[in-house]
Ligand binder design. Sequence first.
Ligand code: UT7
Length: 337
Amino acid sequence: MKNAYISGTGYYYPPRVVTNQDLVDQYGIDTSDEWIQKRTGIKARHFADEGVGSAEMGHHAAKMALDNAGIKATELDMILFCTLSPDHTFPGSGVYLQARLECPGVPAMDIRNQCSGFLYGLQTAAALVKSGAAKHVLLVGAETHSAALDLTTRGRGVSSLFGDAAGAVVVSATDEDRGIQHIVLGADGRYGDVLCQKIWDITKRPFIPLDEDGNGVVSPEMMWAHMDGKLVFKNAVEKMITSLAAICWDYKMQVTDLDMVLFHQANLRINQFIQQTMGLDEAKVPSNIERCGNTTAATIPTLLAEQVEQGKVEPGMKMGMAAFGSGFTWGAAYLVW
Ligand code: UT7
């Protein structure tokens, strides 16, 4: 059986930076830099311009990952696109990315697992490669949150947290003793409504109410994401700790044996709490949330690509990853670089 390793990484942020103060000055939101930083660690995020969507940003990140892997898009055996902000309801953003990459015929599919999407995708990519079904899989996490945030005081509890970005990796086959060792995933759909965006209701006829002129009417409650932040915070801490511990247990390792741990970037305070609770050295837990907010499926691949670019990831390094988000869904991974 082949091993599956990450042969290339890439990332992309749209150029426009929106600071916490910009949310006050440009959008008129009743918030403050102090409130947002104290609760989340976020200082700024990137917002894509109108006309730019997840497939386009994913394309930038994918090109960088393919270049770093030294392969062409036509050599791919699968494209996996993780997002909760696809360009359209259907088809998925994976096929739009495939068209941009000019590799017709390469299978493409979307993974809709929110903040855990990248780890669900990594599990899928590793399984395809280890089984021999694929030699190279492109795995992209990309989000265009800025188009779907209630950028008013009403929506501040959610809209001050999120930003736009794309991250990508190529997962390739190798005979070397390295790569993706183990991934654990979990979900608990009983909490599906705790963090959700119900832009339409497919149980209704029609699925979006119509006004008397036949135009769709979407109320604010349907249009924008809702979150019980405290419940998400509590469960994120618990599930990221237990899944990372489970990975280490399976490999007879201490969490402190890991050389680097990449956490989903939802809230710096969540990650600091986990890092301290698990006795992890702060220097082993990099973050980018300060600069880009929560970018959902893009958090881990952007963070990884930045660490690689900065020369901080060495061959043989033991790396952990953990994520938690809407669904609830969660997971952790153990890789040897
Ligand atoms: O990746 C997806 C997973 N998401 C997460 O992991 C997020 C987890 N949750 C959290 O990070 C925290 O719950 C938040 C940072 C979202 C919120 O922190 P909190 O301490 O739970 O605040 P809260 O929602 O209980 O709100 C406290 C107060 C409220 O005012 P009142 O009702 O006490 O008067 C909010 O209206 O803070 C207010 N508030 C704000 N004030 C200024 C909420 N958002 C803001 C804001 N600026 N942006």
